[in-house]
Write a protein that binds this ligand. Structure first.
Ligand SMILES: Cc1cc2nc3c(=O)[nH]c(=O)nc-3n(C[C@H](O)[C@H](O)[C@H](O)COP(=O)(O)OP(=O)(O)OC[C@H]3O[C@@H](n4cnc5c(N)ncnc54)[C@H](O)[C@@H]3O)c2cc1C
Length: 509
């Protein structure tokens, strides 16, 4: 059988791999994406889930990154209003940590660096007697309020993969790139599927978007030294019952100059994080006792009702694959992305140096660092790097396009939920809301002709029904219970162990 050939073989189904696959497929390239585990199984579902400029990065003079990320916040709010929404942040003032003038100056820049914004500008405010002080110790009297946005990070990855597939890309989950070598101006790669099958494919270019494993993949493909290293920095979060009933988040300052967010999460909870801990084991990150103590201590310095270890209902940890810029402090290592290409154009193509055999050295592009927030710009930058090898490739297109389900009427979540409630009057509004939040306008396709709750099949609890599971399996590559419970949805969080077990039994895990 002839070995299938693609323009791009993308390694890694995190946000960067999925974003590059989508962009490239939309430009007419043939794309294969392989992900060893599930889509978003690693760093891309363990983030703080913010689409933000990163106020704190201003202190590290990362103006380029902050400006790009702030502008991107607007683009992404338009592209996926079902999974990305504005969120207000309250910064309680602590005069001994940062003076007022410094915070005012930072917020002045933050309001302007990204260009025209639809989100409200920052304000200074009283906290005592105001909803902006909800849950805080009464000693916090003054603060600042600014706007950013939050995202369902794992769903953002899946939506990019769905759109990539709709534009012709092939997505293979539970498929590992084992090795690749250059041959005749192309790559020949060996892939191993979780079920034991192996396959060989050829590709004109490789994209190494393996996140924390970027260095390992470079080893597997045997490139020339590319002069870049990854810094593995773990970040952990704790989830506790909601610490206040208002809609805003807190950004809390610590004496070590770090900040920690307290974010309303999944209706009933608050998400508290994150930490910055350099690690050697980047495959199995888990929260340590020190990190738990650190997060609880900082939260308790601000919250009126102290949190204890027993309040923690869930924790998660992820590893940032940062570009090693030589900074000592893990919090100060750049969050910007760096792309490294190892390649030579073939003889006769442009002016770049040529390989000995005239066939050139097929490119491998490796992704270092980055943010969920900047994934789309990263994808555009990656395709600029690869353009010399695909001169017929179409131009950039993703800045004005919506992600699947994002075409809400007037971009308005409430209006869309109202529409679903009108169309399905006999169904639980809570279920309709959950489906609208996860699937946007595609919720209507999942609900289809359902008229009464029984039409949706088994009710697994926590607003998860059989019909949605069928959709996640058939259209979103879900295979195991955790794909459904902790990534495509977060239903695992409010479920009882018995309910989770029923989902696992349904999926045959
Ligand atoms: C604690 C924490 C908080 C964060 N908070 C935010 C935030 O609030 N906002 C924000 O914008 N950014 C945030 N980030 C940054 C953001 O999460 C990451 O930059 C981003 O998720 C990295 O995505 P990735 O695709 O590069 O890596 P990953 O998501 O890790 O994806 C890489 C994938 O490659 C796969 N892979 C590896 N080797 C192979 C192989 N040989 N074959 C096949 N597949 C392979 C892996 O299985 C993995 O799924 C945060 C990061 C952390 C850790």
């Amino acid at each position: 059988m002839e070995t299938p050939t693609y323009d791009l073989l993308v390694i890694g189904g995190g946000i960067n791999g999925a974003g590059i696959a989508r962009d490239a497929a939309g430009r007419g390239l043939s794309v294969l994406l392989v992900e060893r585990d599930d889509l978003a199984a690693h760093t891309s579902s363990w983030s703080t889930k913010l689409i933000h400029g990163g106020l704190r990065y201003l202190e590290h003079y990362e103006f380029r990154l902050v400006a790009e990320a702030l502008a991107e916040r607007e683009v992404l709010l338009r592209a996926a209003p079902h999974i990305i929404e504005p969120l207000l942040f309250v910064l309680p003032h602590e005069p001994h940590l940062r003076p007022k003038w410094m915070i005012r100056a930072g917020l002045f820049l933050y309001d302007r660096l990204g260009g025209r914004m639809t989100l409200p500008k920052s304000i200074a405010t009283r906290l005592d007697g105001s909803r902006y002080g909800a849950g805080l110790k009464p000693r916090f009297r003054n603060g600042f309020v600014y706007a950013d946005a939050r995202v369902d990070d794992a769903r953002l990855v899946v939506l990019n993969a769905i759109d990539a597939r709709a534009r012709g890309a092939e997505i293979r989950v539970r498929t590992t790139l084992e090795a690749a070598r250059r041959e005749g101006g192309m790559w020949r790669a060996r892939l191993a599927a979780r079920d034991g099958g192996t396959a060989e494919v050829r590709a004109r270019a490789l994209v190494n978007a393996a996140g924390p494993w970027v260095g390992d993949v470079l080893g597997q493909v045997g490139t020339a030294p590319i002069g870049a290293r990854v810094r593995h920095v773990k970040g952990s979060h704790i989830v506790v019952p909601r610490v206040h009933a208002e809609d805003h988040a807190y950004i809390l300052q610590n004496a070590d100059k770090r900040i920690v967010f307290v974010i309303p999460y999944e209706d009933r909870y608050s998400l508290i994080g994150t930490t910055d801990v350099p690690v050697d084991d980047y495959a199995h990150p888990a929260i340590s006792a020190e990190e738990t103590d650190y997060l609880l201590a900082l939260a308790n310095a601000y919250l009126d009702r102290p949190l204890a270890k027993g309040d923690i209902v869930w924790t998660y940890s992820g590893v940032r694959p940062l570009y090693d810029d030589g900074a000592n402090d893990p919090s100060a290592v750049t969050r910007d992305y760096v792309l490294k290409v190892d390649a030579q154009l073939p003889a006769g193509a442009g002016t770049a140096a040529r390989g000995n055999d005239g066939a050139g050295r097929a490119p491998v592009l490796s992704v270092f660092g980055g943010k969920i927030t900047t994934y789309r710009k990263l994808a555009e930058a990656a395709l600029v790097e690869l353009r010399p090898f695909f001169p017929a490739m179409k131009g950039a297109w993703t800045d004005t396009s919506q992600l699947p389900g994002g075409d809400l009427p007037r971009g308005d979540r409430a209006a869309w939920l109202g529409e679903l409630c009108r169309r399905y009057p006999a169904l639980d509004p809570g279920l309709l809301r959950a489906l609208a939040k996860r699937h946007g306008t595609h919720a209507a396709a999942i609900l289809g002709d359902a008229r009464k709750p029984a039409d949706l099949g088994e009710d697994f609890g926590a607003q998860l029904c059989e019909r949605e599971i069928e959709h996640l399996v058939n259209d979103e590559w879900a295979l195991a219970a955790e794909d459904v419970l902790w990534r495509r949805t977060k239903c695992g969080l409010p479920m009882t162990p018995a309910q989770r077990q029923r989902v696992a039994a349904r999926l045959g895990a």
